[in-house]
Design a protein around this ligand. Structure first.
Ligand SMILES: [Zn+2]
Length: 587
């Protein structure tokens, strides 16, 4: 990936992978490598290794691996250029200045930075109002009543916007121009051109972007003021379809658990996070938007949708499902049972029934199709018309599933569950299931195949034995020794550069390989190894030759058993003798 002489190449030469990884993972020296707990899967004993000389990492548990850039891309879920920048910064390598931006662009950037600054100031203002004023005391009592104690208030930065009408304005006006304040969305202007606080007599919840900077506020009325919830408007730093509440704090858990819980409001997200489930985000009101899904996709494709059980929540769930399915998410839906006679959102449910009960239901959350079938079964299925309506409700979802096998599986299930006996409807269903053209994805195997020790050693030598690599590659090539082996592709990827006499760059070789082969190569490169000698190479080559003979012998034996013509049989028997002689010599 890093072109010779490029900035990326320069960074790679100078960067120390142990130091970069060490900022994310506690590493311990272990033999020639460093090891630690893998940041990409949950584990109790370390199977994650960093190789200081080859400058690569590999996890023996989940199979991830690559160079320093790949690591940062995976950790930060960023693109290659961004990873270069991050690594350069961490290693103190100065970054070439980007081409001079246009004056407008520079002004916009400056304005955005100021708006972030204003939000930071507003946040500390709201927090002070909550903790240090008589009005704030009332707000605190309200929060207590909702089960949000001082610890939660502090953890989620909850504050209070006072009722005065211009308290925040007066605080901010000393430092910023009113026009800029109006741009922030925190200050509004009436028709007469007078400025005033947008949020009054409301509990404030800071909303951060995914890098943790506060860019907006969500506010809940303290009394019966309408609207109950009022959020920041769209501003140069805030677009609600781009932001998921709690995303900045959920990232780590998302990475580890590889699934996300999606709730509707910030109170729900807070309740779930406080129950110890950090991988929760809130879409804040409306159903999920595409940019929000893209944001999630960087971390996981498994989701449990836990929206409110009211009609609006159901509609939002169903709209979100469509988008999620299109993006190939594995979706489950948690519809909480009522608490007493009240429909329960996650916040209410956890307060009333406890987190263990919530966790239990979360684990049992059914796949979305079961949820939808349950919804369809609530329709009147006693008439043909009713059944048609139920099928029409389900069909669009079935068609969104990219995987064809899954589609027909679900079609069958729907037909059974809705007791569709009518051939017409069954036909419509299976047509819908097959029509959508798509590939069936094959899951890469997680376990690397067992490569025999001789193959492993030879691969290691091709990667590292600079003094006899060329000769070794030649031998392997001439006798076609690696053909038909399960490691054939790895050999091929190493033999080609070895023959040309160029230095072998393992990360570049790895980049040419498929996932399974790459994992195996990395495993081999990380094996503890004594000196690589030519003598050992010879005996490994011998082993491969024997394996080749064994394979041929098996072929010959099969041909003999097939009862060929006499002259053919004679040839086969001779060949068999020869192979057997060769094999006994080799042993
Ligand atoms: Zn791992």
């Amino acid at each position: 990936m890093a072109e010779a002489g490029s900035f990326a190449d320069k960074v790679k030469q100078q960067a120390d992978i142990v130091r970069v990884v060490g900022e994310y993972v506690r590493l311990k020296k272990s033999g020639q490598n460093f090891t630690g707990l893998c940041p990409f899967h949950a584990e109790k004993s370390p199977s994650f290794a960093v190789h200081p000389t080859k400058q690569i990492y590999h996890c023996f548990g989940c199979g991830v691996g690559g160079d320093v850039f790949k690591f940062v891309m995976e950790m930060e879920k960023c693109a290659f250029p961004e990873a270069i920048r991050i690594v350069a910064e961490k290693c103190g390598i100065s970054i070439p200045r980007p081409k001079d931006r246009s004056p407008e662009e520079r002004k916009e950037n400056q304005q955005r930075a100021q708006l972030v600054e204003i939000h930071r100031e507003a946040q500390s203002f709201f927090v002070k109002q909550l903790t240090g004023t008589p009005e704030g005391k009332v707000a605190r009592a309200y929060l207590e009543d909702r089960g949000l104690d001082a610890e939660a208030v502090q953890r989620f930065g909850i504050g209070y916007a006072p009722s005065g009408g211009d308290a925040l304005l007066r605080f901010l006006r000393t430092k910023y121009k009113e026009n800029l304040l109006a741009e922030s969305g925190l200050i509004s202007r009436d028709q007469g051109g007078r400025f005033f606080d947008r949020f009054r007599r409301r509990i404030t919840f800071p909303i951060s972007n995914d890098s943790g900077k506060i860019v907006a506020f969500g506010c809940r009325a303290l009394g019966d003021d309408q609207p109950k919830y009022l959020n920041s408007p769209e501003t140069p730093i805030y677009s609600k379809s781009n932001i998921l509440y709690h995303m900045d704090r959920a990232k780590d858990a998302l990475r580890r658990q590889d699934y996300v819980i999606l709730v509707e409001g910030y109170m729900d997200a807070i309740a779930v996070a406080r129950a110890g489930i950090s991988n929760v985000v809130a879409s804040c009101g409306t159903s999920l938007a595409e940019p929000q899904i893209k944001l999630l996709q960087r971390f996981t494709r498994r989701i449990i949708v836990n929206y409110d059980p009211d009609t609006a929540g159901q509609a939002a769930t169903e709209r979100s499902l469509t988008l999620l399915l299109e993006q190939d998410f594995e979706v489950r839906v948690l519809a909480l049972p009522p608490v007493g006679d009240k429909k329960a959102d996650p916040d209410l449910f956890i307060r009333e029934r406890g987190k263990d009960e919530y966790l239990k239901l979360l684990k049992e959350a059914p796949p979305y199709v079961d949820y939808l079938i349950a919804r369809a079964r609530q329709m009147d299925l006693s008439t043909g018309e009713g059944k048609r309506r139920a099928v029409n409700f389900l069909l669009p979802y079935v068609q969104k599933i990219p995987n064809r096998l899954l589609r027909s599986e679900w079609a069958t299930r729907i037909a059974q569950q809705l007791r569709l006996e009518e051939p017409v409807m069954r036909a419509a269903l299976s047509k819908a299931a097959t029509e959508r053209r798509s590939e069936v994805k094959v899951q890469p195997e997680l376990i690397s195949r067992a490569a025999k020790p001789a193959e492993r050693r030879l691969i290691r030598m091709l990667a590292e034995a600079d003094t006899f690599r060329h000769e070794l590659a030649q031998q392997l090539q001439d006798a076609r020794l690696y053909h038909g082996l399960e490691t054939e592709k790895i050999f091929a990827a190493l033999v080609v550069p070895s023959l040309s006499g160029e230095p072998v760059n393992t990360t570049e070789v790895a980049a040419l390989l498929e996932e399974r082969d790459r994992r195996l190569l990395f495993e081999i490169l990380f094996e503890e190894s004594g000196e690589l000698t030519k003598e050992e190479a010879e005996s490994c080559i011998e082993a491969l030759k024997n394996r080749q003979s064994e394979r041929e012998l098996a072929d010959v034996q099969r041909s003999i058993e097939a009862n060929p013509t006499a002259p053919e049989m004679r040839g086969l028997l001779e060949r068999k003798q020869e192979l057997m002689r060769r094999l006994s010599m080799g042993r």
